[in-house]
Design a protein around this ligand. Structure first.
Ligand code: HDE
Length: 678
């Protein structure tokens, strides 16, 4: 059957209900005559049980909530499509990776891990990056994160990790944060977490946008081609806009100013036609080469350095449609790393093996029974048939007498398929061994790649990691745990541990030898791989009455032409009048907007005459400067940034030159100006 980019949308349309303009009814279809007053015995009397409309309305409301996800509770999602650049036939028989002219519908959910459903978006955390491909051969789920390694090596430790990072059970604090005793106690006592902790304390854990972060399948999977040849494979998503992060002070402020920062960013980008794009990449290792590396390819705390195993870019995903209803789609979507298609298979990564159990299990409690695959968002777009029946909320009406296999009454249908017909046949990996509850010695090097990560960072990135350690451990009350963590990270880098020890007031580690790992991998540093660009970035344009109309028109147009999203901030809502009578609509006031919500700030004139406006605008610009952003000013706006030290990110011209906007945009393309970091 042929599937195209619209197949899922078409399927969802059968379930969409538009009730605007309709008469209200009960769930039984009975027209309702009264929806403000319950039925009473007398105007001042008790409500009567027989008021079925009241009972139905209240009962439904009472049952509106379902359990939030145990992890990744806070998320946001969008629809789109995936296209492969070239046939991957040589490596995998997966149908959606064969034909560049084919578009496969996808649904992608981004998330934080630790916070509850109502928590803030900009917290320090790993981000989930789950993709459901609705393929002709069934749903394929790539349930990944924005960090390529994980805290633990064996799934049996997952409940411990999550108990440690979630709010502490005796007082339910802190929300959506790892900066507390139990998390760091876990780290100190589970040293396999070292590598992931380095990523978690890097800028990766405070992304600027879901549209500007990488995605990783984390585990090693298998590609299997038609000839049955298998290769180990790791999956990557690379954002076309590049990898961009917030700074920590800004991230914390955003959590208060706009807790919906990331979901708003995604929603607005799609509404405005700035469709997020991610290229899809694979790293492949031949099975014969399994033991050629200085890490175990099955160990999920290890990356495959891109310099050793290059990422082959094989396709692109475009997100082009927001959901209609967050509960129906984003909340009810059920991902599972075990949802695979022929040509994609598992490995013995012990973290992956455990996930294969956990995801169905969690949906059973979260979505209330075994029929969650029938929810519109979860339905494959290809037909599906089997002998499973009944259960809570069953919607399919399976017609006929037979619901078992084998049978003769229905000519032994639905019948399994041969491999040639598309039947999924598990890769016949040869396995032998004793039953042991142990871990392979090849999983025991917990520090080499953590050191490689550290070695690969720029000085600015290193500084951010040191600050993050100092913040996180600074919030830990137990001195003993602080000390244990500092001692542990001396195994990664002694200088790092010493600097953090000093800021925490604990002993610098003394008896740890400097790591002998000198290896680094430039691919791990987001600064070294910076993609400069301004497309879709938000600029606050500060203006007041009497701004220069001529300049504003030119500069505003240039900002828009470059693909940025300028928004006007002033002292009051409504229209502003320029010196030439030109009108400008205000988008936000200093009360409703904040510097932390923009990528750059440009001060046009008109704000210096009024002392209050001047103070607000100055604070707005100064904060942007302190967060390393581009700030600029023309006309009397230059007064507002006169106190800021000059650098390439301060674009100030009282009488703006013709190419003022270009200069501002060139500075904005840098994302942040780290020369300000002291
Ligand atoms: Fe998950 N994880 N996980 N996880 N995970 C869940 O499934 C689990 C792990 C990831 O947007 C849960 O439906 C175990 C790694 C994402 O709906 C649950 C282990 C990676 C999402 C679960 C892991 C992930 C989840 C909770 C250790 C990156 C959100 C709700 C073996 C590769 C999916 C749910 C969405 C969600 C279990 C580790 C990614 C409980 C046992 C490693 C992106 O089943």
């Amino acid at each position: 059957m042929a599937i195209n980019e619209n197949s899922k949308n078409k399927q969802l349309d059968e379930f969409r209900v538009k009730d605007q303009g309709e008469k209200m009814t009960t769930n039984q279809g009975l027209r309702v005559s009264e929806d403000e007053h319950s039925l009473k015995a007398g105007e001042r009397g008790p409500t009567l049980m027989e008021d079925f409309h009241f009972r139905e309305k209240m009962t439904h409301f009472d049952h509106e909530r379902i359990p939030e996800r145990i992890v990744h509770a806070r998320g946001y999602a969008a629809h789109g499509y995936f296209e492969v650049y070239e046939s991957m036939k040589e490596y995998t028989k997966a149908g959606f990776l064969q034909d560049p002219s084919k578009k496969t519908p996808v649904f992608v959910r981004y998330s934080t891990v630790a916070g509850s459903r109502g928590s803030g978006d900009s917290v320090r955390d790993v981000r989930g990056f789950s993709t459901k491909f609705y393929t002709e051969e069934g749903n394929y789920d790539l349930v990944g994160n924005n960090i390529p390694v994980f805290f633990i090596q064996d799934a049996i430790k997952f409940p411990d990790l999550i108990h440690a990072v979630k709010p502490e059970p005796h007082n339910e604090m802190p929300q959506a944060a790892s900066a507390h005793d139990t998390f760091w106690d876990f780290v100190a006592n589970n040293q396999e977490s070292a590598h992931m902790v380095m990523w978690h304390l890097s800028d990766r854990a405070i992304p600027r946008s879901y549209r500007m972060m990488e995605g990783f399948g984390v585990h090693t999977f298998r590609f299997v081609n038609e000839q049955g040849k298998a290769r180990f494979v790791k999956f990557h998503w690379k954002p076309v806009l590049g990898i961009k992060s917030l700074v920590w002070d800004e991230a914390q402020k955003i959590a208060g100013k706009d807790p919906d920062f990331h979901r708003r960013d995604l929603w607005e980008a799609i509404e405005m036609g700035d469709y997020p794009e991610f290229e899809f990449g694979v790293q492949m290792i031949d099975e014969e080469d399994e033991f050629k590396f200085d890490f175990d390819v099955l160990d999920p705390t290890k990356v495959w350095p891109e310099e050793e195993v290059p990422v082959k870019i094989i396709g692109k995903m475009t997100l082009n449609r927001n959901v209609d209803n967050v509960f129906a789609e984003t909340e009810q979507v059920a991902f599972h790393p075990g949802h695979v298609v022929p040509g994609i298979d598992f490995t013995n990564d012990p973290l992956l093996q455990g996930r294969l159990f956990s995801y169905t299990d969690t949906q059973l409690i979260r979505l209330g029974g075994p029929n969650f695959h029938e929810l519109p968002i979860n339905r494959p777009v290809c037909p599906f048939f089997n002998n499973q029946r009944d259960g809570y909320g069953r919607q399919t009406i399976n017609v006929g007498q037979v619901s078992y296999h084998k049978n003769s009454l229905a000519q032994n249908t639905p019948a399994p398929s041969t491999e040639e017909e598309g039947g999924y046949v598990h890769y016949q990996e040869k396995v032998e061994g004793r039953k042991v509850a142990r871990r392979s010695d090849s999983f025991k090097d917990h520090f080499s790649q953590a050191t490689m990560f550290w070695n690969s960072m720029t000085d600015v990135e290193k500084e951010h990691i040191i600050e993050a350690f100092s913040f996180e451990l600074g919030k830990v009350k137990s001195k003993d745990i602080r000390q244990q963590v500092v001692n542990m990270f001396a195994n990664v880098n002694v200088e790092l541990a010493k600097t953090v020890a000093e800021s925490l007031g604990v002993q610098a580690p003394t008896d740890v030898a400097e790591s002998t790992v000198s290896k680094s991998s430039d691919a791990l540093s987001q600064e070294k791989n910076k993609i400069k660009g301004v497309a879709t970035r938000k600029i606050a344009v500060l203006a007041g009455e009497g701004f220069s109309g001529k300049e504003m028109e030119k500069i505003f147009k240039a900002f828009e032409k470059a693909g940025t999203r300028p928004e006007v901030v002033s002292t009051k809502q409504g229209m502003l009048k320029g010196d030439d009578g030109a009108e400008l609509e205000v988008d936000h006031t200093f009360l409703t907007a904040d510097s932390v919500l923009f990528d750059g700030v440009y001060a046009a004139g008109g704000l210096t005459a009024n002392p209050k406006a001047k103070k607000q605008a100055k604070a707005f610009l100064t904060e942007a400067y302190e967060h390393f952003k581009t700030v600029g000013a023309t006309d009397d706006g230059v007064d507002l940034i006169a106190d800021l030290p000059a650098d390439p990110g301060v674009v100030s011209e009282a009488s703006p030159s013709n190419d003022y906007a270009d200069k501002f945009l060139t500075a904005l393309a840098e994302h942040r100006h780290w020369s300000r970091q002291v």
